[in-house]
Design a protein around this ligand. Structure first.
Ligand SMILES: Cc1cc2nc3c(=O)[nH]c(=O)nc-3n(C[C@H](O)[C@H](O)[C@H](O)COP(=O)(O)OP(=O)(O)OC[C@H]3O[C@@H](n4cnc5c(N)ncnc54)[C@H](O)[C@@H]3O)c2cc1C
Length: 381
């Protein structure tokens, strides 16, 4: 019998393997990964500087330890070039492997802006442990960092790097931080809290060019400002890795399209994690991954199990202003009801009947998240 093959050793791939082993101790299992296959918590990457954590300190287990624990063969530094669904084969740089079932847990790529100037090629992003290693090397003995993007990851890095003693500037085209997740009053308190750490906001504008200078680079903004900095970190979002699936003839849209069984348009190929799109939802967060891994494991073990999503709030790791958001499901009509105090904002998104659909909590209001989450509708029933 050919093994079940999982491509990807991130939270999605390894969590699925763990859940599968709880149900089936003997199925042959192979994990193929382009990276070193180390198990680490990716969310730690945006809170590791202030905590003084080196890349090695973030590794919980090596690939070898994971292989032993999971009873799996873990093939590291191995890029999958093609999937051949007709033959049940994947093509590697140096050969082919046959699978019984295949799982794509490929993650997402950091989006790169096309920016003018000779300094644009030096822009870094941090989307995995290897990126973090490169970023730490780039900023060691440096003092100034400019972050592109005031979304979740940009705000977290801003807080963390300011906490580690860096001078941080943040540029975003939106007029407030976390523009897609917080109503204006919530954005305002986050803005103030991070500004109190010395973070310089450059909002409602964009980067036009980045020119190398002798010591770092000069960033020119559309509003006419120029900022001298040492390193530019881009945190403007992720795009699911869909190329492998698309070239295999599987249906893709924003992500690799799967049904509630996490099954692609080929019945023996599944997808989960940052690369997958379930009923129009692309949710690049850890909680959806845990639910997907728990549902897919019994399906692979022979008991088809549909994915269900409860409401899944996201904790934003900005200790200067604790923030928890539960965005309302797309397309659900309602309005924000905002109550603000000097040290917190409580914003509830409710429909015309008063039913709670989502929330955004900052500062002193953040601790209300558990009670409010219990009132939210499920995201996939
Ligand atoms: C800085 C940062 C902070 C975050 N903070 C939070 C947070 O606080 N809360 C939260 O919920 N979420 C957070 N997230 C998101 C969360 O970490 C991700 O949703 C999750 O880790 C994605 O896991 P994954 O397994 O889908 O993808 P990945 O971890 O990206 O794994 C993808 C795997 O696929 C492999 N791969 C890809 N293509 C190939 C190929 N062709 N051949 C072989 N192998 C391949 C890669 O090598 C890798 O092993 C954060 C993300 C970042 C970047």
């Amino acid at each position: 019998m050919n093994p079940i093959i999982i491509i990807g050793s991130g939270l999605a791939g390894y969590n699925l393997a763990r859940n599968l082993r709880k149900l089936d101790k003997s199925a042959a299992l192979t994990i193929v990964t382009a990276d070193r296959g180390e198990f680490y918590s990716k969310p730690m990457l945006s809170e590791a500087f202030a905590a003084g954590k080196s890349p090695a300190m973030l590794v919980n287990k090596t690939a070898e330890q994971m292989g032993t624990q999971l009873g799996a063969e873990v093939r590291t530094n191995t890029n999958v070039r093609h999937v051949h669904p007709g033959n049940h084969e994947i093509e590697l740089d140096d050969g082919r492997l046959r699978y019984s079932k295949l799982v794509l847990a490929l993650g997402a790529d950091a989006i790169r802006l096309s920016i003018a100037g000779d300094g644009a090629v030096d822009v870094l992003s941090v989307n995995d442990l290897n990126d973090y290693t490169c970023f730490r090397a780039a900023v060691s003995a440096r003092k100034r960092i400019l972050i592109l993007g005031a979304g979740l990851i940009g705000c977290e890095f801003a807080n963390d790097l300011a906490g580690a003693g860096y001078h941080v500037d943040v540029v975003d085209i939106a007029p407030q931080p976390l523009g897609r997740l917080l109503p204006p009053a919530g954005g305002e308190i986050l803005n103030r809290s991070l500004a109190s750490l010395g973070i310089g906001w450059h909002l409602g504008t964009s980067v036009q060019s980045i020119a190398r200078t002798e010591v770092g680079c000069r960033v020119s903004l559309a509003n006419g400002e120029t900022i001298d900095t040492d390193v530019v970190l881009s945190a403007i979002g992720l795009k699911p890795r869909i190329a492998l699936a698309a070239s295999a003839g599987l249906r893709t849209d924003r992500g690799i399209v799967v049904n509630r069984l996490l099954q692609t348009t080929d019945p023996d190929i599944y997808a989960l994690g940052d690369c997958a799109e379930v009923e129009g939802l692309v949710l690049p967060f850890t909680t959806p991954i845990m639910h997907a891994a728990k549902a897919l494991a019994p399906t692979l073990a022979g008991k088809p199990t549909a994915l269900r999503y409860p409401a899944m709030p996201v904790v934003v790791k900005t200790p200067a202003c604790p923030t928890v958001v539960a965005p309302p499901p797309a397309g659900m009509a309602g309005e924000w009801q905002v109550s603000a105090s000097s040290d917190g904002v409580r914003a509830l998104y409710v429909d015309t009947t008063g039913r709670l659909l989502g929330y955004a909590l900052n500062g002193s209001a953040a601790h209300e998240n558990h009670a409010l989450t219990a009132q939210l509708p499920v995201w996939l029933s």
